[in-house]
Design a protein. Structure first.
Length: 92
């Protein structure tokens, strides 16, 4: 990694600090999934994966992709996404 990338990484960490997680590995059973950042999911370590939730609705015809804001995590947006699922009968 060159010095420019290190500088950008430092700036990103200062300007956009990662919030403390409000959920654990077992908080969303059957709904918490891990998406690897690399194109080789077989060899992706846990640190290289992005945690996501997949909320399904049996009668859904549509899929809503919800992207949370900075300083928010899955634990904080779960109830909103769950309300979307039930109110509009969509997969989120």
């Amino acid at each position: 990694m060159d010095s420019t990338m290190l500088s950008l990484d430092l700036v990103n960490r200062v300007l956009f600090p990662r919030p403390k997680s409000t959920y654990g590995l077992h908080d969303f059973p059957e709904e918490l999934i891990w998406i690897p950042r690399s194109l080789n999911p077989e060899n992706a370590p846990a640190e290289e994966c992005v945690p996501c939730i997949l909320l399904t609705s049996p009668s859904a015809r549509f899929f809503v992709l919800y992207l949370h804001s900075n300083a928010e995590d899955l634990g904080r947006c779960y109830s909103f996404c769950s309300t979307l699922r039930y109110q509009f009968q969509v997969n989120v």
